[in-house]
Design a protein around this ligand. Sequence first.
Ligand SMILES: *[C@@H]1O[C@H](CO)[C@@H](O)[C@H](O)[C@H]1NC(C)=O
Ligand SMILES: *[C@@H]1O[C@H](CO)[C@@H](O)[C@H](O)[C@H]1NC(C)=O
Ligand SMILES: *[C@@H]1O[C@H](CO)[C@@H](O)[C@H](O)[C@H]1NC(C)=O
Ligand SMILES: *[C@@H]1O[C@H](CO)[C@@H](O)[C@H](O)[C@H]1NC(C)=O
Length: 530
Amino acid sequence: MALCGFAAPILAVLLSGIHPVRADDPSYVAAVYEHRVVLNPDPREPVERSAALEHMNKNLDVFEEQTALAAKQGAQIIVFPEDAIHGFNYTRSSIASYLETVPDPGRVTWSPCADPDRFQNTEVLHRLSCMARKNHIFLVANMPDRQVCDRLVDPLCPLDGQYQFNTDVVFSDNGTIVARYHKQNLYFEAAFDAPPKHEYVTFTTPFAGRFGVFTCFDILFREPVVTLVKDMGIRQLVYPTAWMNQLPLLAAVQFQCSFSYSAGVTLLAANVRAAALGMTGSGIFTPWDALHHHDAVGETGKLLVKRLPVLDPSVLEDGAGKAWLLVPFSGHPKVEVAVEESEKEEPWPVSSFSPMQSGPEPGYCPKEDCTEEPIPFTSTMMYDNFTLVALQGREGNLTVCDGSFCCHLLFRRRRTAKRELYALGAFDGLHVVHGTYYLEVCALVRCTGLEKESCGGETEHAQTLVDFHMHGTFSTEHVYAGVLGSGMTLDRPDRSGWGSKGRFYMTRTGMTTGLVTAVLYGRVYEEDSM
Ligand SMILES: *[C@@H]1O[C@H](CO)[C@@H](O)[C@H](O)[C@H]1NC(C)=O
Ligand SMILES: *[C@@H]1O[C@H](CO)[C@@H](O)[C@H](O)[C@H]1NC(C)=O
Ligand SMILES: *[C@@H]1O[C@H](CO)[C@@H](O)[C@H](O)[C@H]1NC(C)=O
Ligand SMILES: *[C@@H]1O[C@H](CO)[C@@H](O)[C@H](O)[C@H]1NC(C)=O
């Protein structure tokens, strides 16, 4: 567990001494629980309802215990992970006994705990509702859900006459179901259907206003989350996930942190804990800081509880709090009242960066060659063919392009470690392995060895301290900026934003841990269905 967040002091300076979050601003206490799921050892075999319930109750026993612990620490809302009640790898038929029908809270007002006999076959909903009610806490859980449909009126209705959804359910603090969200972007989940229409699901709390709901893989796509944030003004999101870590760009907490920072939102992220599957990484993120957990070796769950500021603009409208509302995807720090001031600022402190171009020095070059002008090479990073250049010398000024998309880097090493090779990579193209999505990426990575082919591989560790300014010629406005330090230390840019000529930049100096990855992860949603 650690803190991430460096932007606050800078923002305070920009706003002439106003701290982004003041003691008298409205706040609330949130909890997320990283749960080690008790799995069904044979998820492809159908079981009786009684066996499915017996299995799910083992997980719900832990939920019950953790909900009480969170409430005891003052939490007003708790989020549990995706798949955390039933597990994963079911087929469409083998999940049958695990399904309940979650009624649409827009049509039916129902507290399963208060009125348990209203609908049959709702034991899981009943237990969750009672946890919320007993502990006076809003509760977010994920469960498999069956919705009967009629092929005569709905041409998308599956052949067996029912949709099977991967569903988030939200209970208010009296046990009433207040929101239901069907996951849009499934990740190879044979048991489930995507909803026939995009769902933009929100719920309102008395303590913090509105929250939006989305699930796991959704975080990489436009719908529903970018619409929730940009068009609907949602600034607080609950996020059940079952995310397999993948460095150097997409470890769970790494991308959760980038998302929260770049979209300017609070993210309550609860991941599954499953070491064998590389799943860990949960946290409570605001655009300024975070409480997070990443544990690749342990096998225990983790409860995180944190007080955080209310960010819902509809609650803060009349208050002074509005002064620090962030504009999604504008880079930071950029806040509504500070627009003029921030535009006057130099786009980045280039003056403090004047690389001497001191030329190659042995030790910093790839094994094969140390040349006057670095020669671009290609290497695979997370299944994508990046074009890269090695960082040579103590400091420098580099450009690398993939087609017409170019990334630029000014860097200075403050502490060097022998045998640590770094490279700047560019990728502009459609990612097609484990999902299809179009990317424009600039990534400064620590290579895992001294060979060029090792650039793009997975490592959590680095000792070299690097100050840098990076920018790219993005065609998309949706750029997620992230900085990751050694040992999964979450860091953030000092500044980021749109500079001259439509280039997106970020700057970070003075890190105290070795640099593993600095990335500008651009998502070109429009090109996904090429
Ligand atoms: C689920 O499937 C994935 C591959 O799709 C596999 O790696 C994993 O071991 C499976 N897990 C279980 C619990 O069956
Ligand atoms: C239960 O909570 C919901 C949502 O916060 C609220 O609308 C409703 O009035 C509450 N019901 C009771 C009986 O308190
Ligand atoms: C990567 O791209 C380069 C040219 O852009 C090409 O020569 C190379 O074969 C590609 N590598 C792979 C693994 O596809
Ligand atoms: C870095 O190089 C680019 C082009 O090669 C140049 O335009 C820019 O001024 C250089 N920046 C610094 C700080 O040297």
